[in-house]
Design a protein around this ligand. Structure first.
Ligand code: 26Q
Length: 835
């Protein structure tokens, strides 16, 4: 893989004065928030009311509308430029875009933030409470969805002619409430207020044909065999402002709508009301985001959602391609489609269907174009998380696609037999069809076979993918496999989230780092600089105070900003080992109970994350953390020394507050199980030190910053794999006094005095059923790393030095770098600047 400079020269952004800036956006002399400016006009004309009825929500709407006015001409001009240049387009297909809030991000990327802050002040507008009005757009589960959002930011900033395609879920990721320590789910009705960012484009609707209809029967969604149906995909566009406001790309989200003739059979039978319930079923396709959950793997509605995304997006992008290109053979020169996991893998047979049935190309030609146009990103090694859909559902819903898949498979199996004669094992493992009582289509195999690139999301992950998960396919098509280590956008995760640190950095090395994060390495010499260390510690303290103030006003909980902020925030999953962290807290608690005079720095442990609604053990882990928290809170011996906080409803806007305030980042997955991780990078950029295992992208973070600036512990992925055969958690229980004392305390119902026995399945997991994720194997090593960490924290100056070195080494983890590599190695796409 070559260097990336050739593809997208790192843009220089020069801040210009406000008046010229608005001119650049085509707003001429109109003022933004001043009297008679955009904001005031929206406030009064959109609401058709006078001041007394205007509340914070109306203010937010007016501000957002004003920003939309400012960006709208650049937005139109961007699409026009791409069209006129007939630029090669990149399409990022994803079932998830975890966008979070947009207003402050758009201020930042349009370089309007200081202007807005000034005029808000002048006009007595409380900007912070206004920003708080915006609902998070939580159209994703976690890492995969947030990665898609960071990629949109980087593609626009690098001025790539790129577009995101996704679904406009009416309900995003559920809201998490904690009641009595237990997770409760509530629907996320994020569109309750009309969303100011979206622009509906009903005239660009597409028609989708299916071989079955649906019905809702007592709340569950059923396919009706043999009754073909048609529905509409209505596009809703959202602007994606690149940093500096030059290119404004589009995120296009599809909403399902029934056509007037969706179920005309019952209508013509005179059953007007029954026909409307058919509408309801059709429109429920984009009602709700599925949680990342093994139980959702078996839901027909999810399969329909996935096909709906693919069918709408391909119809739309092919229509755009055909406007300027008569020759189908140029498709791969003009279009690249990146599949975010296998969720949109139906793009393989759908593209073939279009090229065969609509364009009337020969099979070989169609296949060549399909493969050259598509590329696939894998995000997991867990075999149980790989998508496999029953053949029977294809038969009912998409028989033509099944026919195409069978033909792809027939040719694939022939090629395997040619290459490896007599190797039936290989044929069975590579086949697109999994045989068994219920035959299934393996979506990962389909995506790999039907595309020219398969990438993992961190070096170790890409290597394990090749070596284990899909070994036979990698042996057959080695040239397709590559790595693209994830990254995150420094715009949201530094400038926006952490103004104090951003200002400190800019003061020291200028502002070039914002679009060229490698420049953070210029901070390296400052790691030993007394004044800069102090400036870093001051910025960190400011962020901690800011967080503490927010926490007390919004939840009533008090935390001490002089305690160590020790964080683990991510989806709750056994492999991520929140349980290991909680066991650490119990041991530290035991140490204080046994030796009340022990000198130990005050610490606040922050946990946050959602459990899939049907993942019972993950929910029990949340309950356990909460019970540990309240038990410790009730014990005067540890008051002021240890505190545990489970922050409910982890989401993008909460991450933006917590991560800047963190001192310690826990990245403690069982080695070999976390594909990459991306919060690890956000913590690093924000000057937290990592206590972690050698897993995912953490390994590459260590490569950049040096082992001496990390607190590494635990088995390596290789050791995990080879010790499985003889690993005995019991041994650790019997031979490690602190491990035993902690477990005994838990199982004595010390943390569940009024709910005896509720944690018995934790015992089963750890001691009886073999501790699959090897918590106990790594526990002592974790505690030792924790000790080293506390030792360093006692020397604030040294701590600051290492934190600065971490920040200075985080440049590689900008999503700008990741996107440059995708553009050069996979998409062959170049920037198309809008002048
Ligand atoms: C699949 C079928 C049915 C319903 C839901 C799903 C589903 C939804 C979301 C399956 C998986 C996901 C999300 C996976 C995910 O977030 N993976 C994470 O991706 C990050 C970005 O690459 C990595 O950093 C993380 O390591 C990885 O866990």
């Amino acid at each position: 893989m070559g260097t990336s400079a050739r593809v997208a020269p790192k843009p220089k952004i020069v801040k210009i004065d406000a008046a010229r800036l608005l001119e650049h956006y085509g707003c001429g002399p109109i003022q933004f928030m001043a009297e008679d400016g955009l904001y005031q006009r929206h406030l009064h004309f959109d609401n058709v009311t006078d001041d007394k009825d205007i509340g914070p929500r109306e203010r937010f709407d007016a501000a957002a509308r004003s920003v939309r006015d400012v960006l709208s001409q650049r937005w139109v001009l961007t699409e026009k430029t791409y069209e006129e240049k007939n630029a090669k387009r990149v399409y990022y297909l994803s079932m998830e875009f975890l966008l979070g809030r947009s207003l402050a991000n758009n201020f930042t990327n349009l370089l309007l933030d200081s202007l807005v802050a000034e005029t808000a002040k002048k006009n007595d507008v409380d900007l912070l409470s206004l920003l708080e009005q915006e609902d998070d757009a939580g159209l994703g589960n976690g890492g995969l969805g947030r990665l898609a959002a960071c990629f949109l930011d980087s593609m626009a900033t690098l001025q790539l002619p790129a577009m995101g395609y996704g679904l406009r879920y009416e309900y995003g990721m559920f809201k998490q409430l904690i009641e009595d320590g237990w997770q409760q789910e509530k629907p996320d009705n994020w569109l309750r207020h009309p969303d100011p960012w979206e622009v509906a484009r009903p005239h660009e609707k597409v028609e989708i044909k299916l071989n079955s209809s649906f019905e809702l029967q007592s709340g569950s969604f059923r396919l009706i065999r043999g009754r073909p149906s048609t529905l509409w995909g209505i596009p809703f566009d959202r602007p994606v402002v690149g940093y500096g406001g030059k290119n404004v790309n589009t995120l296009r989200l599809w909403a399902a709508k029934s056509t007037d003739f969706f179920d005309f059979q019952s209508f013509s039978r005179g059953d007007f009301v029954a026909a409307q319930t058919g509408d309801l079923a059709a429109e429920s396709i984009t009602r709700v985001l599925y949680p990342d959950d093994t139980t959702s793997l078996g839901r027909t509605l999810r399969l329909v959602q996935e096909y709906f995304l693919v069918a709408c997006s391909l119809a739309d992008l092919i229509r755009r391609f055909r406007r300027n290109n008569a020759d189908w053979s140029t498709l791969p020169e003009k279009v690249s489609i990146q599949l975010n996991d296998t969720h949109p893998a139906m793009a393989v047979p759908e593209m073939m269907r279009i090229l065969l049935d609509d364009a009337h190309l020969e099979w070989d030609h169609a296949w060549e174009l399909t493969q050259q146009t598509l590329a696939y990103t894998n995000h997991t090694l867990l075999p149980e998380a790989l998508e496999r859909w029953p053949v029977e559902w294809f038969e009912i819903l998409l028989p033509r696609h099944l026919e195409i898949i069978y033909e792809i498979n027939r040719r694939l199996l022939l090629a395997i037999q040619n290459r490896f004669p007599g190797d039936s094992q290989r044929v069975a493992s590579m086949s697109l069809v999994e045989e068994g009582p219920q035959r299934k289509i393996r979506m990962a195999n389909l995506a790999i076979v039907g595309s020219h690139s398969t990438n993992g999301v961190a070096a170790i992950h890409s290597n394990l993918l090749r070596a284990t998960t899909v070994r036979d396919l990698a042996e057959m098509f080695p040239e397709r496999f590559n790595n693209k280590t994830n990254g995150v956008t420094p715009r949201r995760w530094l400038i926006l989230a952490n103004p104090s640190l951003s200002a400190t950095i800019t003061e020291a090395i200028g502002s070039g780092w914002i679009t060229d994060l490698d420049q953070l390495s210029n901070l390296k010499p400052l790691a030993t600089d007394r004044a800069f260390r102090d400036a870093f510690l001051k910025a960190k303290r400011e962020a901690k105070v800011r967080f503490a103030e927010w926490l007390v006003t919004s939840t009533g909980q008090t935390v001490n900003p002089d305690s160590i902020f020790d964080c683990q925030v991510k989806r709750i999953h056994e492999y991520k080992r929140q349980l290991l962290n909680a066991l650490r807290v119990v041991v530290l608690y035991n140490r204080i109970r046994e030796n009340p005079d022990i000198a130990i720095a005050p610490r606040t442990f922050f946990f946050a994350g959602k459990a899939a609604p049907a993942y019972q053990l993950a929910k029990l882990i949340i309950k356990f953390i909460n019970n540990v928290a309240s038990t410790i809170d009730g014990d005067p011996a540890v008051r002021g020394r240890l505190k545990v906080i489970f922050l409910p409803d982890y989401r993008v806007s909460l991450a933006e507050r917590l991560i800047p305030a963190a001192d310690v980042s826990n990245q403690i997955s069982t080695a070999g199980y976390e594909a990459s991780g991306t919060s690890n990078m956000k913590f690093m950029m924000n000057g937290a030190l990592t206590i972690g295992t050698r897993d995912g992208a953490t390994i590459e973070m260590v490569e950049e910053a040096g082992e001496e600036n990390f607190f590494l512990f635990g088995l390596t992925a290789g050791q995990v794999a080879e010790s499985r055969a003889w690993y005995s958690p019991r041994w650790h229980y019997e031979n490690e006094p602190e491990t035993r004392a902690a477990l005994d305390l838990i199982f004595s119902d010390f943390f569940s005095r009024y709910e005896p026995g509720i944690f018995s399945s934790l015992r089963d997991v750890l001691l009886i059923n073999g501790d699959y994720y090897m918590h106990l194997a790594d526990f002592r090593s974790y505690l030792e790393a924790d000790q080293r960490m506390l030792g360093l924290y006692a020397q604030q100056d040294e701590w600051a030095g290492k934190a600065i070195l971490n920040i200075a080494s985080s440049g590689r983890f900008s999503s700008d770098r990741t996107i440059r590599q995708y553009a050069e190695d996979i998409w062959n796409a170049v920037p198309c600047p809008v002048v």
